[in-house]
Design a protein around this ligand. Sequence first.
Ligand SMILES: Cc1cc2nc3c(=O)[nH]c(=O)nc-3n(C[C@H](O)[C@H](O)[C@H](O)COP(=O)(O)OP(=O)(O)OC[C@H]3O[C@@H](n4cnc5c(N)ncnc54)[C@H](O)[C@@H]3O)c2cc1C
Length: 365
Amino acid sequence: MTVVERATRLSAVGSGLVLYPNGIKAADAANPDLGARIRAAGHVPGPGDARPLVAPDGTVLSADPIGGLADRFGAPQVSLLRYALQQALIATTGDAELITGASVDCHSDHGDHVSVELSTGDTIRADLLVGADGVNSRTRRRLFDDGAPVYRGYTSLRGRSSVPRCYPNGVTVAGDGIDLFVAPVGGGRVYWTAKVVAEQGDWPALDAGTALAALLRRIRDWHPPIVDMIRRTDRESGIVITDICDRDPIDDWARGRGVLIGDAAHPMSPAMGQGASMALEDAAELGALLNALPQDVPGALKDFCAVRAPRTAEIVLESRRKGGVDSKASRGADVRARAANEFTTEDERLAGLFGWRPRVWEGTR
Ligand SMILES: Cc1cc2nc3c(=O)[nH]c(=O)nc-3n(C[C@H](O)[C@H](O)[C@H](O)COP(=O)(O)OP(=O)(O)OC[C@H]3O[C@@H](n4cnc5c(N)ncnc54)[C@H](O)[C@@H]3O)c2cc1C
């Protein structure tokens, strides 16, 4: 297997993310060592830990019992730096070759193999091409040419800071036109994500310092420990600004010997924090299917899509529904109602989402 990554350097910059029990189980299924490394590299909540949802003035509205997930679903929630996840993936790719600083520019499907052209001028001959090239996937453009992802009305700023003393398990803040999510990543550090209602392109046009100053102006009346945490943001690891886009789900991401996974296949807004977990589920399922050595590769890729498309479509649409950041001034009762809805741990929806188990591919083509 050859992995081609266009980034020249895999550096320790960037923010963090949360992997939920389904994502951790997918990592375990792909390679138990990967799951172990992810747990070791990130923050795993203790059994009784909860993450509060607060109003901007710090009033606690509800608490998300994150520590109970492991017992209930067989794997914990883990929050970690993206770089740490990338390192865990690289350490567990076995004998795969990793080529960095080269982008996949083109590919041709010859029926019994694909040839993949790189920006370096090299060509790779392979059994299949897996396009895991993100929300603006060029592989998707070549396979489907179905236009650009759609902006969903808010942008995101992400950074790293130190753990606010009163929120050791992180915190979620439901503000006016701004929502903030903070989670520990180990070593006394947190990553934070602010979702801000905005016109497309406005925030990404700002440099990091200007964007951070603008965010601090918008939240200056918030609970002081939260403002202070944002003010202490680590400038060296950078502020990542991303306009939030998704796509309507499609039910087939395979053409011949080419297939998409992750955001290339089903980009979603981050409201449910499921994008990377879904990408890991895809990887675990596709890996298991290919390990069964199907004779009919294009047919097997269709089988893969038939399993994955309904599940991911549900998450794309649910994330879109939940995703909007409220821009109205009055929150109080609204937020409480929303919180009660979001944090109902007995919810069957959560069982369906976090209770995921990898499929055993029997009798593949
Ligand atoms: C604000 C925000 C918060 C989020 N929070 C969470 C969270 O808490 N939990 C969660 O699970 N998900 C979260 N997500 C979603 C998550 O980041 C994505 O779903 C996940 O990164 C998708 O992984 P991927 O590998 O498909 O794509 P990506 O992570 O985008 O990786 C694609 C890779 O392909 C490379 N590439 C692109 N084009 C080429 C090319 N032509 N040739 C070679 N290489 C190429 C890129 O350099 C990149 O390394 C969040 C997203 C946002 C925007």
